[in-house]
Design a protein around this ligand. Sequence first.
Ligand SMILES: [Zn+2]
Length: 153
Amino acid sequence: MKFICDEMLKKLASWLRIAGYDVIVMPDGTSDRDIVNKAMSEKRILLTRDQKIAEFKLAEIVAIILECNDLEDCVGQLNHKLRVNWLYQPFTRCNSCNTVLVKAGRDQIQRITEKVRDLETGFLFCPVCNQLFWEGTHVVNMRKQLERWNGAH
Ligand SMILES: [Zn+2]
Protein backbone atom coordinates (compact mmCIF):
# COMPACT_ATOMS: atom_id res chain seq x y z
CA MET A 1 0.00 0.00 0.00
CA LYS A 2 1.46 3.34 -1.09
CA PHE A 3 -0.09 6.77 -0.77
CA ILE A 4 -0.17 10.16 -2.34
CA CYS A 5 -1.57 13.11 -0.39
CA ASP A 6 -2.27 16.68 -1.19
CA GLU A 7 -0.63 19.46 0.78
CA MET A 8 -3.70 19.81 3.01
CA LEU A 9 -3.10 16.38 4.49
CA LYS A 10 0.58 16.89 5.23
CA LYS A 11 0.24 15.92 8.88
CA LEU A 12 -1.56 12.71 8.07
CA ALA A 13 1.12 11.98 5.47
CA SER A 14 3.83 12.45 8.06
CA TRP A 15 2.16 9.96 10.41
CA LEU A 16 1.66 7.40 7.67
CA ARG A 17 5.40 7.66 7.02
CA ILE A 18 6.07 7.17 10.73
CA ALA A 19 4.00 3.99 10.44
CA GLY A 20 6.32 2.99 7.58
CA TYR A 21 4.22 3.69 4.50
CA ASP A 22 5.57 5.21 1.32
CA VAL A 23 3.76 8.55 1.06
CA ILE A 24 4.41 11.39 -1.32
CA VAL A 25 2.92 14.83 -0.78
CA MET A 26 2.08 16.90 -3.81
CA PRO A 27 2.92 20.58 -3.47
CA ASP A 28 0.18 23.16 -3.28
CA GLY A 29 -0.99 24.18 -6.71
CA THR A 30 -0.58 20.77 -8.32
CA SER A 31 -3.60 20.24 -10.52
CA ASP A 32 -6.14 17.59 -9.60
CA ARG A 33 -5.51 15.95 -12.93
CA ASP A 34 -1.79 15.64 -12.25
CA ILE A 35 -2.39 14.21 -8.79
CA VAL A 36 -4.86 11.64 -10.09
CA ASN A 37 -2.54 10.67 -12.94
CA LYS A 38 0.42 10.27 -10.62
CA ALA A 39 -1.67 8.13 -8.27
CA MET A 40 -2.69 5.94 -11.20
CA SER A 41 0.77 5.57 -12.70
CA GLU A 42 2.47 4.82 -9.38
CA LYS A 43 -0.42 2.73 -8.04
CA ARG A 44 -0.81 4.95 -5.02
CA ILE A 45 -3.94 5.51 -2.98
CA LEU A 46 -4.84 9.17 -3.22
CA LEU A 47 -5.83 10.81 0.05
CA THR A 48 -7.37 14.21 -0.35
CA ARG A 49 -9.73 16.71 1.22
CA ASP A 50 -10.56 18.09 -2.18
CA GLN A 51 -14.16 17.19 -2.99
CA LYS A 52 -13.68 18.46 -6.54
CA ILE A 53 -11.41 15.53 -7.29
CA ALA A 54 -14.52 13.36 -7.65
CA GLU A 55 -15.11 15.11 -10.97
CA PHE A 56 -12.33 12.98 -12.41
CA LYS A 57 -13.56 9.58 -13.42
CA LEU A 58 -10.31 7.90 -12.43
CA ALA A 59 -10.59 9.40 -8.96
CA GLU A 60 -13.25 6.83 -8.19
CA ILE A 61 -10.61 4.13 -8.43
CA VAL A 62 -7.71 5.80 -6.67
CA ALA A 63 -9.05 8.46 -4.33
CA ILE A 64 -10.24 8.43 -0.77
CA ILE A 65 -11.84 11.74 0.07
CA LEU A 66 -11.60 12.71 3.72
CA GLU A 67 -13.71 15.42 5.26
CA CYS A 68 -11.54 16.13 8.25
CA ASN A 69 -9.96 19.10 9.92
CA ASP A 70 -7.60 17.85 12.57
CA LEU A 71 -5.28 14.88 12.61
CA GLU A 72 -7.39 12.68 14.90
CA ASP A 73 -10.41 13.25 12.73
CA CYS A 74 -8.44 12.39 9.56
CA VAL A 75 -7.05 9.21 11.10
CA GLY A 76 -10.51 8.19 12.30
CA GLN A 77 -12.01 8.65 8.85
CA LEU A 78 -9.15 6.90 7.11
CA ASN A 79 -9.40 3.97 9.53
CA HIS A 80 -13.05 3.77 8.72
CA LYS A 81 -12.44 3.58 4.98
CA LEU A 82 -9.24 1.61 4.76
CA ARG A 83 -7.48 -1.01 6.84
CA VAL A 84 -4.30 0.87 7.68
CA ASN A 85 -1.81 -0.97 9.84
CA TRP A 86 -0.33 1.83 11.91
CA LEU A 87 2.35 -0.57 13.13
CA TYR A 88 3.28 -1.67 9.62
CA GLN A 89 7.00 -0.80 9.79
CA PRO A 90 7.19 1.99 12.33
CA PHE A 91 10.16 4.36 12.32
CA THR A 92 11.77 3.03 9.16
CA ARG A 93 11.09 6.06 7.00
CA CYS A 94 11.89 9.76 7.29
CA ASN A 95 8.69 11.58 8.16
CA SER A 96 9.90 14.75 6.46
CA CYS A 97 10.95 13.43 3.08
CA ASN A 98 9.77 9.79 2.82
CA THR A 99 13.27 8.34 2.42
CA VAL A 100 13.95 4.91 3.91
CA LEU A 101 16.23 5.41 6.91
CA VAL A 102 19.64 3.78 7.11
CA LYS A 103 21.83 2.93 10.07
CA ALA A 104 23.75 6.00 11.12
CA GLY A 105 27.49 5.92 10.83
CA ARG A 106 29.94 7.22 13.42
CA ASP A 107 30.14 10.65 11.77
CA GLN A 108 26.43 11.20 11.96
CA ILE A 109 26.17 9.97 15.54
CA GLN A 110 28.97 12.26 16.61
CA ARG A 111 26.82 15.26 15.87
CA ILE A 112 24.49 14.34 18.73
CA THR A 113 25.14 15.45 22.29
CA GLU A 114 26.98 13.22 24.74
CA LYS A 115 23.89 12.80 26.84
CA VAL A 116 21.79 11.33 24.08
CA ARG A 117 24.67 9.17 22.94
CA ASP A 118 24.97 7.65 26.41
CA LEU A 119 21.31 7.00 26.74
CA GLU A 120 20.42 5.62 23.38
CA THR A 121 21.58 3.06 20.87
CA GLY A 122 20.47 2.21 17.39
CA PHE A 123 20.60 5.46 15.51
CA LEU A 124 18.99 5.82 12.14
CA PHE A 125 19.78 8.46 9.61
CA CYS A 126 18.03 10.05 6.64
CA PRO A 127 20.58 10.30 3.83
CA VAL A 128 18.50 12.94 2.04
CA CYS A 129 17.71 15.52 4.70
CA ASN A 130 20.48 14.52 7.14
CA GLN A 131 18.20 14.02 10.10
CA LEU A 132 19.08 11.58 12.84
CA PHE A 133 16.51 9.41 14.55
CA TRP A 134 16.85 7.41 17.72
CA GLU A 135 14.69 5.54 20.18
CA GLY A 136 13.97 8.25 22.72
CA THR A 137 10.96 9.22 24.77
CA HIS A 138 9.35 10.87 21.76
CA VAL A 139 9.48 7.57 19.90
CA VAL A 140 7.86 5.76 22.82
CA ASN A 141 5.06 8.31 22.77
CA MET A 142 4.65 8.08 19.01
CA ARG A 143 4.48 4.31 19.23
CA LYS A 144 1.69 4.61 21.81
CA GLN A 145 -0.16 6.87 19.42
CA LEU A 146 0.19 4.33 16.59
CA GLU A 147 -0.98 1.51 18.86
CA ARG A 148 -4.00 3.53 19.86
CA TRP A 149 -4.92 4.18 16.23
CA ASN A 150 -4.55 0.51 15.42
CA GLY A 151 -6.78 -0.42 18.34
CA ALA A 152 -9.44 1.99 17.16
CA HIS A 153 -10.20 -0.02 14.02
ZN1 LIG B 1 14.54 12.87 5.19
